[in-house]
Design a protein around this ligand. Structure first.
Ligand code: GLP
Length: 258
C-alpha cells in the first residue's frame, strides 16, 4: 500500500519531498541516501542546499548513491549525471557529503563497475532513503519497460522515447547514448524507505498505471507495490487520472516549509 500525498502544485510536492529528506538526515545524520536526477529533482535539490547553507541541516555525514549514468560518458562531460549532481547539489553545499557514489559511465569494465557499486551499497549498510522520479514510460532509474523486477545494477539499453526526451537537455553530447548503467529494480527495492516524486501532466498516464494498474514488467514503477514503505508525492496535474479505493490518502495537504 502506498502512502499517497497529492499536492495542488509541483512546488508544494517538491517541498514535501525535500522535507522528508531533511527529516531523515536530521534523524540520522549518517544516512545513506539514494539520489535521482532529472527535472523533477532540480527544485528539490535547490531546497536542500539552501537549507544547508542556512545551517538548518547538514549533509556532511551522509553517504549518497545515484541511480544511474550514461554509458560511455565520462564524469567531466557536461551531460553526465555526475555533472548534473555537481551543478544541482554538491557544488552548492557548504560541506560536502562524507561519500558520494555515482556509477562511472567511462569505466573500462562497465559490468565490474556495476558489481562494485552494489558492493559499496552493501558495505555502507544499505540505502536508508531512496528518492525516485518516474519516467514517462513508467521507468524508475533507467530500468526501462521489460526490466525484470529481480534485476541488479547493470548496463541497459535506453528506449527511443527516453533518448528523445533527453535529447533536448544535451549541453555537450551530440546525441543521447544508447545505453546506460542503472541501479537494478531489486537493488532499489532493498532501500529501507522509498519516496517517489511525480509532477506534471505529462506523467499522468504513467502515474495512473503505477497506482491503478496491474503489476507489470512493462511498467517498471509497478514494482514499487512490492515494497513495504513507499511514500508517493505528486501534484494534481500528475494525479489527474487516478481513481479507486486502493488509494489510501487522496487529499490535499498543506505543504509547510522544511
Ligand atoms: C530519468 C532518470 C530518472 C529520473 C526520471 C524522471 O530518465 N533516469 O533518474 O528520476 O527519469 O525524469 P524527469 O524528472 O526529468 O521527468
Amino acid at each position: 500500500m502506498y502512502d499517497l500525498m497529492i499536492y495542488p502544485d509541483a512546488g508544494q510536492a517538491e517541498s514535501a519531498a525535500a522535507r522528508i529528506i531533511i527529516e531523515q538526515v536530521r534523524k540520522k545524520p549518517g544516512s545513506v541516501l539514494g539520489l535521482a536526477t532529472g527535472k523533477t529533482m532540480i527544485n528539490i535539490y535547490d531546497i536542500l542546499w539552501k537549507w544547508e547553507n542556512e545551517g538548518e541541516v547538514s549533509f556532511s555525514s551522509v553517504k549518497t548513491f545515484n541511480l544511474d549514468e550514461y554509458l560511455g560518458v565520462a564524469p567531466e562531460n557536461r551531460d553526465s549525471f555526475h555533472s548534473y549532481m555537481r551543478r544541482s547539489f554538491f557544488m552548492q553545499l557548504q560541506k560536502k557529503p562524507a561519500e558520494v557514489h555515482i556509477l562511472d559511465g567511462s569505466a573500462p569494465d562497465p559490468e565490474l563497475e556495476c558489481r562494485e557499486f552494489e558492493r559499496r551499497i552493501k558495505e555502507s549498510g544499505g540505502i536508508d532513503l531512496q528518492i525516485l522520479g518516474l519516467g514517462r514510460n513508467g521507468h524508475i532509474g533507467f530500468n526501462e519497460p521489460g526490466s525484470p523486477f529481480g534485476s541488479r545494477t547493470r548496463v541497459i539499453d535506453l528506449s527511443e522515447s527516453t533518448r528523445l526526451y533527453y535529447m533536448k537537455n544535451l549541453l555537450e553530447l551530440r546525441e543521447v547514448p544508447g545505453q546506460a548503467l542503472t541501479m537494478g529494480i531489486a537493488t532499489i527495492l532493498e532501500a529501507r524507505e522509498i519516496v517517489l516524486v511525480v509532477t506534471g501532466a505529462a506523467k499522468a498516464d504513467a502515474f495512473h498505471k503505477v497506482i491503478n494498474g496491474p503489476v507489470d514488467v512493462d511498467v517498471p514503477g509497478t514494482a514499487l507495490s512490492g515494497h513495504h514503505c513507499v511514500k508517493v508525492i505528486a501534484d494534481q496535474a500528475a494525479a489527474q487520472k487516478l481513481h479507486g479505493h486502493d488509494i489510501k490518502v487522496l487529499k490535499f495537504k498543506r505543504a509547510t516549509r522544511p
